[in-house]
Ligand binder design. Structure first.
Ligand code: ADP
Ligand code: MG
Length: 395
């Protein structure tokens, strides 16, 4: 059922506690190098501020280790960047549930905004701690989940906090509403042919998704390092390619279950090192010699995948086809991205690197939806529901 959004609640004079995903890249000087995730949250933030709400933002950043020097994981630079984007002062609390947060929350004016320090500086966040959550929830009149990238997790700010809100309103932000709408619709009632393209390097994360995709899609195309466990499963050779041998058993099962729905590369672009100026050759898939590694799908595969993608009415793409950071091993990814951008279908791109590839190629405006959450969008494609969303108020 659709969830109430931030627009559906009265916020004037009320404190809104909004979980955002401001897990942005910072450079050595702790400056935000890509503010996409902050900008994506602006419509929900502005909706609260314009209506005279008092907004407290909370997020995690990176993976700090409790007890170590975590200065480089501070959200302070993010608060500064948000202030620039909103052209207003963003107060920053140096803690999450401590004195500074309490004092600054008390000083918030209608239409004012503050940001808490990194949630993960408190061990309670990853543990889903109820006491930590209760203290956060007590600060607020309204809870809003606008952190799609974290929706598949059960961290305190995602699950225990909305639970601790009791009968107070708990809603989704526009970003989460939009992500869920696209991903749910794609799965529930797809326009066919429905094609999924999976690649990248995080093979263990993504292989489990394939079985659900095989159930709901017409074709599942495999590229990137994802292809190599399948090569091994069919008795092929992968040379020195990046491969997780313990996935071969699963790959065998998927091959059996998938039949001709599951499409594997027919050729591979290899190098004798992972550099742009290495020696290169194109070989038949599964025939990568020792001393060589697969770094991209080959040109025949790229053509084939582009054709299938071009004819799809719904496409889900997660994971680049090759090491797109190092030309010429970006060719397969480029060919697929071009076909998706030129295609007539609904196209949904998930995964940080796939989104980056689409952005670099200048196609971001030519696809239907670029998801902000790699893991979360995969979890949805796996057919999982999120407790962090389920427990929010229905429309
Ligand atoms: P996403 O972020 O889109 O979910 P992943 O993080 O799973 O994607 O994978 C992206 C990475 O996969 C890229 O850095 C790319 O270089 C790498 N990659 C793709 N194909 C190969 C390959 N054949 N061998 C090694 N790395 C690969
Ligand atoms: Mg990635």
């Amino acid at each position: 059922m659709a969830k109430k959004t931030i627009e559906d609640v009265e916020v004037a004079g009320k404190i809104v506690l909004m979980r955002v995903d401001f897990n942005v890249p910072l450079d050595g000087q702790c400056k935000v190098t890509d503010d996409q995730r902050i900008r994506m949250a602006l419509p929900s933030i502005e909706s609260v501020l314009k209506r005279g709400g008092r907004l407290i933002l909370m997020s995690h950043l990176g993976r700090p280790t409790i007890g170590e020097d975590n200065a480089r994981f501070s959200l302070k630079p993010v608060a500064v960047r948000l202030g620039e984007l909103l052209a207003m002062e963003v107060a920053f609390a140096t803690d999450t549930v401590g004195d500074d947060a309490g004092a600054k929350a008390g000083c918030l004016a209608d239409g004012g905004v503050m940001m808490l320090e990194n949630l993960r500086f408190n061990p309670g966040e990853k543990k889903g701690d109820a006491e930590f959550a209760r203290t956060l929830a007590e600060m607020a009149d309204v809870y809003c989940n606008n952190a799609f990238g974290t929706c598949h997790r059960a961290d305190a700010s995602m699950v225990a906090v909305p639970r601790a809100m009791g009968n107070k309103p708990k809603v989704v932000g526009f970003l989460v509403a939009k992500e869920i709408k696209y991903l749910t619709d794609a799965i529930a009632d797809p326009r066919r042919p429905f094609v999924a393209i999976l690649g990248g390097a995080k093979v263990s994360d993504k292989i489990p998704v394939i079985s659900n995709l095989l159930r709901i899609c017409d074709k599942v195309l495999i590229g990137g390092a994802m292809a190599y466990p399948f090569s091994l499963a069919t008795g092929g050779k992968v040379g020195d390619s990046l491969v997780e041998p313990d996935k071969v058993g699963l790959a065998k099962e998927l091959l059996e279950a998938g039949g001709d729905k599951l499409v594997l590369p027919v050729d591979t672009h290899c190098g004798d090192a992972k550099t742009g100026d290495c020696n290169k050759q194109v070989v038949e898939a599964g025939k990568i010699p020792d001393g060589w590694q697969g770094l991209d799908i080959g040109p025949r595969t790229a053509k084939l995948y582009a054709e299938v993608a071009g004819n799809a009415n719904t496409i889900v793409w997660n994971g680049p086809m090759g090491v797109f950071e190092i030309p010429p091993f970006d060719e397969g990814t480029k060919a697929v991205a071009q076909a998706i951008a030129d295609g007539r279908g609904i196209s949904i791109i998930g995964g940080g690197d796939s989104a980056a590839a689409i952005g670099q190629l200048g196609f971001a405006e030519r696809v239907s939806h670029v998801s902000t959450g790699g893991g979360a969008s995969l979890a949805m494609l796996e057919g999982r529901t999120f407790e962090a969303v389920e427990l929010l108020d229905d429309k």
